[in-house]
Design a protein around this ligand. Sequence first.
Ligand code: NDP
Length: 310
Amino acid sequence: MTGTLVFYSEFDDFDQWKRLLLSEIPTLDIQQASAVTAPEKVRYALVWKPPEHFFQRWPNLELVINLGAGVDALVGRCDLSNIPVTRLSDPNMARMMAGYVLFAVLRYARDIPFFEQMQKQARWQYRHPRAAEEIRVGIMGLGELGGTTAQEVARQGFSVVGWSRTAKQIDGVECHHGMASLNEFLSRSDILVIMLPSTPETRGLLNDQRLAALPHVANLINVSRGDIVDEPALIASLSSGQIGGATLDVFAQEPLPESHPLWSMENVLITPHLASVALPGSAAKQIAANIQRVNDKQPPLHCVDLNRGY
Ligand code: NDP
């Protein structure tokens, strides 16, 4: 194979990706963006959140591989047009996400935040457990990660309702779609899980009115992007008790500033954007296969639609 793969990520380990990709395609030239001396030889880019104008440097680029599932950092850029953009599509990444969401759902379903509070006061306070099927879990977004998660949560016996843009059929999940059904879907979500991509349609979707459509003391879990939820409205709902508690892995501003009010809210659990991550050991094969396809003049798999935004 001829050509160079340029790598850019401030979060991922270049040496590990290079080693794994070379074990799949030994003849591939792989370089960090800062080390490339012949930009005209670059045919592939493996990137996570590259800076502005990054793609202008490679005049013969044929494939962009996003080092994750969410492609919002690649949408609306002036340096990227007519080059196929692919995302990671890795069952292990979906399993990792499903594990995080399942943990957060079970934590609420089994009243763990309540027992944590009681423990701080050394109080033996019995609260009778609820049956899983009595608890309605609403999953917004039924894509690769959302669909897998919905099935995993349903497998635990919860009553799972899903919501997406287009119609879906998923075993064990009552599926709804489109804006017309959104408020009804929200009103039936005792635990709401946000798994939508950040697009012009979804940004700010969970505003004060939609948060008010949730059942009183509902719990909210956001593992997709912070800007889908109106943060001031969320903080107001958490303060008033309309929302009983939130598990937040993503925020409008990351890292979440030290002075942010969410840090000190007793009914909020915060993790630093790691519900699911790119797993080199399992994703390298898929990336290598796509590079091979492009080298063989075949269309790559797992392309995203930058006009649609995901
Ligand atoms: P997909 O692109 O596979 O699926 C997106 C889903 O959202 C689809 O079901 C889609 O509907 C639905 N959707 C999109 N727009 C709308 C809309 N306007 N109204 C209703 N539904 C809509 O995404 P994934 O499941 O792979 O991932 C979801 C998000 O998770 C990513 O975009 C990323 O932001 C985030 N993420 C977060 C991570 C973390 O660590 N916190 C890690 C990885 C990803 P339809 O099927 O009808 O098109």
